[in-house]
Design a protein around this ligand. Structure first.
Ligand code: FAD
Length: 396
């Protein structure tokens, strides 16, 4: 809670004007704190006479923060394969571990996951904790969350990184809550602060208009999720040596309350948007599902995948897994063809690292042209059929 030393307080009012929550008032010459205080600490920072302080209760689970050491990466695997984000996070984790002078570990949860631990070592892990248990054959929030939380309570890593994928976004908040610590979702940059070794977690905020750097100063571990394709994996080194630690967890820990009856791989997963070299994306300019049938034909002839803006997804023309952008997927293909997409910032954050961007839009001032390598000003319904025809001719 916020403590006010009334002997020291001079009633200057600087704290009152600093508090954005209106939680502190000067009454009778001294500061008085109200119920809206969020313990953000901004008043403590500006009080020149040191009259304000925050007393924090240490959560029993945390103990001494210095006891938490090491960088962990949750190594996601799906359909018997390591998710590419696992190796990307090992690349980022390696830098953080070296800066902190600690080891880098990966945590592998699943069933029949032989061979993956060696792969994680080849991509930079010093240690791999493996929980290979039939109870983890299908992903469930509670079994995976309990397993990672139990390992973290025992081994006390200082940092845990996970992919901001459907799986990571689903169970990592549960891990943070169980461990009574903070979580920064969707980070785009991670670094270690020189002064105190804190993890600096940077992510877009306010619709992508500013970048916020977040720290977790009072609890451990510091947990971040990172979007796929943001970090770079290390070059695979099959000669790297590391330690593989097989862990048996108490069956009660792994007992999910959810029973998975069947797992179906959707047809749209056949072409993984995040891994496609060519992506053809459509927006509101396509007008309806028929517009999407047209760009699907273009994607097929190019051997690419189909993506969409949120406007198109919200209109029901294509399902959500195809959405690219801030609240969809991040893609970095060799070629991204944007058809009838205006280029809102929330869309651009998901595709602007494509090598070549080709934009087709009838509005010459559309912001998509600011990031496009090649721009075609015109009607998608005239241009796309011509492209399909030309690419078909070249193929034959
Ligand atoms: P519009 O902005 O309506 O643009 C349509 C474009 O098509 C126009 O430029 C028009 O000139 C062009 N056009 C129309 N007809 C034709 C034609 N016949 N031929 C050629 N061009 C034509 N958006 C995302 O995409 N992904 C996200 O993840 C996402 N997340 C968001 C998160 C938040 C918190 C918020 C607030 C918004 C988010 N958005 C996201 C929405 C985003 O702000 C835009 O509203 C959206 O990207 C617009 O989609 P659009 O470009 O398809 O549609």
């Amino acid at each position: 809670m916020l403590q006010i030393d009334i002997e020291a307080c001079i009633g200057c009012g600087v704290c009152e004007s600093t508090c954005t929550f209106g939680a502190i008032k000067v009454e009778g010459g001294v500061a008085v704190v109200g119920e809206t205080c969020t313990l953000c600490g901004s008043c403590v920072d500006v009080c020149e006479v040191g009259a304000l302080s925050i007393e924090r209760e240490e959560k029993a689970i945390q103990g001494n923060l210095a006891d938490w050491s090491g960088v962990w990466v949750y190594a996601e695997c799906r359909h018997g394969r390591l998710a590419p984000v696992a190796t990307e996070l090992l690349g980022a984790g390696r830098k953080l571990a070296e800066k902190r002078g600690v080891s880098l570990s990966a945590v592998l949860l699943g069933s029949q996951i032989d061979g993956m631990a060696e792969e994680l070592i080849a991509y930079g892990a010093d240690k791999v904790f493996v929980v290979d248990d039939p109870a983890l054959a299908s992903f469930t929030d509670d079994a995976y969350g309990n397993a990672l939380s139990a390992l973290a309570k025992k081994h006390k890593p200082e940092i845990i990184l996970a992919g901001a994928t459907a799986i990571g976004r689903s169970f990592i908040p549960r891990v943070a809550t169980t461990l009574a610590t903070g979580l920064t979702a969707d980070c785009t940059d991670l670094a270690i602060r020189d002064e105190d070794g804190a993890l600096l977690q940077t992510r877009p905020a306010f619709g992508g208009n500013i970048m916020a750097t977040i720290v977790c100063p009072h609890t451990r571990p510091q947990i971040s999720t990172v979007r796929p394709l943001v970090m770079k994996p290390l070059i695979r080194d099959a000669a790297r040596k590391g330690e593989i630690i097989a862990v048996n967890l108490d069956p009660a820990t792994l007992k999910p309350r959810i029973k998975v009856l069947e797992s179906v791989v959707e047809d749209l997963d056949r072409v993984n948007l995040s891994e496609a070299d060519i992506v053809v994306a459509g927006g509101r300019g396509l007008e309806n599902e028929k517009g999407f049938a047209m760009i699907r034909e273009l994607a097929d002839v190019l051997g690419g995948a189909v993506a969409a803006s949120r406007a198109a997804v919200d209109s029901g023309w294509i399902p959500y897994p195809h959405q690219v952008g801030q609240t969809g997927k991040t893609v970095a293909p060799k070629i991204y063809i944007a058809c009838g997409i205006s280029g809102a910032i929330q869309h651009l954050v998901g595709m602007q690292s494509a090598d070549t961007i080709i934009a087709i839009n009838r509005d010459a001032d559309a912001p998509i042209f600011d990031v496009a390598t090649y721009g075609i000003v015109g009607d998608v319904f005239e241009i796309v059929p011509k492209l399909i025809e030309k690419f078909k001719e070249r193929k034959n």
